[in-house]
Write a protein that binds this ligand. Structure first.
Ligand code: PHE
Length: 448
């Protein structure tokens, strides 16, 4: 507590500001780059069903737990576990979260940089500056990847140095409505194009025969990543949350926003693929749809080019701006976790912490920029495995160390009658049993 009162650490200005910032963290490359392709290739609506079950039965309860831990402790993930018990093990869970944040951020900025670069590629292409355009399309170009990833990281650092309400909240409050507006307008355009209805069918027709242990693991991992869970991002964001806010309600808004935007992104991207197919662009590798990276960074640009003219330009620029904005509101939260850790635990001023940690992560990003194959490994270790493990240990902490009852006491601030609700009876069951068993089962079955 000493020396770190809430006002010094910063706090959200408004409930809406918090929800937009947390939804901004959740909505990112996971929703727009990863989710649509997973749905289209892994069973359509069957995947969506498993995804929704994972989101609401595992993700949402864990999100409530993270927010409660964050607000009660008023600390970064390491400090939070230290503050809520004398157990010596759990601060390492927080530290694992900080590490996952750093490592996810290191490759996330490279992908975000591709997206950001493509917004310019569309412009260069339009004006016939072919060399410049081609330079930007080459996702294997190390120096180019490093330069754009650096620009992206510097933007993220700059916003974080502004603090919670004047930096993060102000930026996300502007970007999130813009993002939703862009998605809706683009869906309106794409769905009226020839070929789109085939895409809608591919996106939504369920293939229940595809449900197996792999799909369930994939959907659960996707749910954790997409909701920004398991690495303390929401512990950190929760630590800036006012006592008068209703935690389960805020978590419900954030979850619904994340799911809603993932669904909309699928409704944009998969039909767009089939519009491209209709225009003679090859969207398959063998008889499988191309990978998400190819879909977003080869096929979509090809589609925008084939549409051509001002409309093609506008669609291309706006789409890649959309992707960049979604990524930026997520990189902010990814960086805020290690930054808040350094601020709280080592009493470093925010500006120094943001630049120090940000440039440190950037040095890892630059390695990834030169060796993009690392993305797959980092993604597997720190995202697919790292986040569910973090979520599992967080549930165990709340269930057996801090106790769900203490968490509910924390939730009574902002939700006075909570003890009389069904939520207060059901949520502990999810934290004691359902979330940990489901996560553990999934992790083990993935290894077998
Ligand atoms: N949720 C973000 C996305 O969907 C990624 C992220 C994961 C952000 C973990 C913060 C923490 O892209």
């Amino acid at each position: 507590m000493a020396g770190t009162s809430t006002t010094e650490r910063g706090a959200w200005n408004s409930k809406l500001g918090f929800i937009l910032a947390a939804a901004g963290s959740a909505v990112g490359l996971g929703n727009i780059w990863a989710f649509p392709t997973k749905v289209a290739t892994e069973g359509g609506a069957a995947y969506i069903v498993v995804y929704l079950i994972s989101t609401f039965l595992i993700g949402f309860p864990v999100m409530v737990a993270e927010l409660a831990i964050g607000r009660k402790s008023g600390k970064n993930p390491v400090g939070a576990f230290k503050a809520l018990s004398s157990n010596k093990f759990f601060p390492f869970v927080g530290l694992w979260g900080v590490i996952c944040g750093v490592m996810i951020l290191s490759f996330y900025t490279v992908i975000a940089g591709w997206a950001f670069g493509f917004a310019f590629e569309e412009i260069f292409y339009y004006f016939g500056w072919v060399d410049a355009a081609n330079w930007l399309t080459d996702t294997g170009n190390g120096p180019k990847n490093a330069i754009i990833a650096s620009v992206f990281m510097l933007g993220t650092i700059k916003i974080i140095t502004g603090g919670i309400s004047d930096g993060i909240e102000r930026a996300t409050k502007f970007m999130m409505p813009l993002l939703i507006g862009i998605i809706v307008i683009m869906i309106g355009y794409v769905l009226t194009q020839p070929g789109a209805s085939e895409g809608v069918r591919e996106y939504l027709l369920p293939d229940f025969s595809k449900i197996n242990a792999n799909l369930i693991f994939s959907a659960m991992g996707q749910a954790f990543f997409s909701l920004s869970l398991g690495m303390g991002a929401l512990i950190t964001y929760g630590s800036y949350l006012n006592k008068k806010e209703n935690i389960p309600q805020a978590a419900a808004f954030v979850t619904l926003a994340d799911v809603g935007i993932a669904f909309l992104a699928g409704l944009l991207i998969i039909p767009a693929m089939y519009v491209a197919k209709n225009a003679g662009i090859d969207i398959f590798v063998g008889d499988e749809l191309a990978s998400s990276t190819d879909l977003v960074f080869q096929i979509l640009p090809a589609l925008f080019h084939s549409i051509g003219g001002a409309i093609g330009l506008l669609l291309g620029v706006v789409f890649f701006l959309l992707l960049s904005i979604a990524a930026l509101t997520s990189t902010i939260s990814l960086l805020e976790v290690p930054v808040s850790f350094v601020i709280d635990e080592y009493e470093v001023p925010r500006k120094k912490a943001a630049w120090g940690v940000g440039l440190g992560v950037l040095s890892v990003s630059i390695v990834v920029a030169f060796y993009p194959v690392l993305i797959g490994y980092f993604d597997y270790i720190f995202n697919n495995l790292g986040l569910p493990i973090g979520g599992l240990l967080t549930s165990i902490f709340v269930a057996f160390v801090w106790k769900t009852d203490s968490a509910i006491t924390e939730m009574e601030f902002g939700f006075a009658g909570i003890r009389q609700t069904l939520f207060a009876k059901v949520w502990p069951v999810f934290i004691y049993v359902i979330a940990p068993v489901a996560i553990l089962y999934n992790i083990i079955s993935n290894f077998l």
